[in-house]
Design a protein around this ligand. Structure first.
Ligand code: NAD
Length: 511
């Protein structure tokens, strides 16, 4: 097949398919392995969205070397100037929003209105972080000694490694790259192998906005051959992973050996509580959006709905009737509600949980099957699936499925609901529907999760608030807003003594 160089140097055309390269030290380069992999459309696997470099350790080393060199210059650029480039990137992303959102639906499957939201999240993050360039606040505080001044200033860490998942292929890279840049770090990012194009689109925009060579580097490829060497590299000072709890455990353990800063944003099994006094129509609408948005492939997906017994039957009847009417299909069709699973392995996992749920004795009342005829024959489609009469300890109510499978559980009241909600290994998002302000406040206090929504489903985070979870959802860090600034900087406390004599803290005091 003839190959020619076209358009942006980021890719070359191989027939009708673009071959994307790694981005190292400001150059678009082929992998040292000479190997590539395909990024296929999960709604129609006949379409190859792009061909990407299947990189290895040497590529990681080259990218880290470039980032290390660039750090010595970038850290000295004043933060407001660094932030101006991020602001410019926000403006350019807004202009390119439709193009990038369509690319994202093609590579990832989620419906176009959701991929527009994903791109918008990167735009919002860019505007927010651009403003942060003129803050990066730290405390100034009185000294305990006379004629002495004290303050704490934020310093960048150095080279930051970033490993991202496929479900928010532009938003999540933006949560990592943009605060890291504004804080003065340089970056090496490994995008998910299912969705590298959206990360490339984001990085190309930052480059077009003027971010200097070596400050951002992209190495595409797989977890063990790129993510592993990046985590192990002794010149990488921080690793930020968003992914599964199993991979988080591996990455966290490896990073700990060299005392890297390490932020882990991992799995979820998020509960939505519906009490007897709830606005039922609102709760049904929220539960459908939370359960089947992004085909259930959100870390914050509403995968458990815990309904008080007084409204249980009515909720189930109306929820299931609506779930059956959701339109499944190619996400580029504006009328479609739910796209495909990301890949064959994820679809198999989703279907395997249908069998697990049936074997455990839960009642399957909606869906449960693969869709494979007609328009579905070339994609990884599945029906929206609902189990009712689920017991809290069943596997379908405990394990993250990451697909369009919702478990409905009955509860006796608020206390029981909170116990069920908290009775899992994860603690990302949570929600409650009630009109009783007292109950809402109890839930706000007692749901042990990083996020709680009142009268909204478990999804819908905004970029300026901390994002992350408790227990097996992570290791205590937060992305978004000031949480990200805290991760991508470290404190230096500075004491300035203008007394012209030696003053000893804790010792020189008049009692
Ligand atoms: P995954 O854990 O399979 O992969 C995540 C990333 O880690 C990918 O880029 C992958 O290539 C890389 N990786 C895999 N093995 C690695 C290794 N040994 N060393 C280093 N890197 C490695 O997850 P996924 O399937 O891409 O995404 C789905 C998961 O992500 C779900 O569990 C979901 O809950 C979670 N997620 C969490 C959040 C959050 O903020 N808490 C957000 C989105 C997704």
């Amino acid at each position: 097949m003839a190959t020619e160089t076209v358009g942006s140097p980021a890719f070359i055309a191989s027939g009708n398919t673009k071959v994307y390269k790694n981005f190292i030290d400001g150059e678009w380069v082929e992998s040292s392995t000479g190997e590539t992999f395909e990024d296929r459309n999960p709604a129609d696997t006949r379409e190859v969205v792009g061909i990407f470099q299947k990189s290895g350790k040497d590529d990681v080393n080259a990218a880290v070397d470039a980032a290390k060199r660039a750090f010595e210059r970038w850290r000295l650029v004043p933060a407001p100037r660094r932030a101006e480039l991020v602001f410019r990137a926000a403006e350019m992303l807004a202009e390119r929003k439709e193009e990038y959102s369509r690319d994202m639906t093609r590579e990832m499957g989620k419906v176009i209105k959701e991929t527009r939201g994903d791109t918008q999240e990167a735009i919002d993050t860019a505007y927010y972080m651009a403003g942060e360039g003129r803050r990066l606040f730290g405390p100034t505080t009185p000294s305990e000694l006379p004629n002495k001044f004290a303050m704490a200033v934020r310093h960048p860490l150095g080279v930051c490694g970033m490993i991202t998942p496929w479900n928010f292929p532009m938003a999540i890279p933006s949560w990592k790259l943009l605060p890291a840049l504004v804080c003065g770090n340089t970056c090496v990012i490994k995008p998910a192998q299912d969705t590298p194009l959206s990360t490339f689109n984001l990085v190309r925009t930052l480059t077009d906005a003027g971010v200097p060579n070596g400050v951002i580097n992209v190495v595409s490829g797989f977890g063990s051959s790129v993510g592993g060497p990046l985590t192990e590299h002794s010149d990488v000072r921080a690793i930020s992973l968003t992914g599964s709890t199993a991979v988080g455990r591996t990455v966290g353990t490896t990073a700990a050996k060299s005392f890297k800063h390490c932020s882990l944003e991992l799995g979820g099994k998020n509960p939505m509580i519906v009490l007897d006094d709830a606005n039922l129509e609102l709760a049904i609408e929220g539960g459908l959006w939370g359960g089947f948005g992004t085909t259930g492939q959100r870390c914050t997906a509403t995968s458990r709905i815990i309904v008080q017994k007084g409204v249980y039957r009515e909720f189930v009847e109306r929820y299931v009737a609506r779930a059956k009417r959701l339109k499944v299909g190619n996400g580029l069709d504006e009328s479609v509600d739910m796209g495909p699973a990301i890949n064959e392995a994820q679809l198999k996992t989703d279907l395997s949980y249908v069998d697990i749920g049936k074997d455990e004795g839960a009642k399957l009342v909606c869906g449960g099957h693969r869709l494979e005829k007609g328009e579905y024959q070339h994609g990884y489609f599945m029906e929206p699936t609902v189990f009712i009469d689920v017991e809290p300890k069943m596997r379908i109510a405990q394990e993250e499925i990451f697909g369009p499978v919702v478990s409905i559980i009955a509860c006796n009241g608020l206390e029981d609901a909170i116990e069920i909600a908290n009775g899992i290994e994860y603690g990302l998002s949570s929600s409650i529907y009630t009109k009783d302000v007292n109950k809402a406040f109890v839930a706000m206090r007692d749901l042990y999760a990083g996020i709680t929504y009142i009268n909204a489903p478990t999804i819908g985070a905004e970029v300026h608030l901390p994002f992350g979870g408790t227990k097996a959802t992570g290791n205590g860090h937060r992305e978004g807003g000031i949480g990200a600034i805290d991760f991508y900087t470290e404190w230096k406390s500075v004491y300035i003594d203008y007394s012209d004599k030696l003053q000893k803290a804790q010792i020189d005091r008049v009692d």
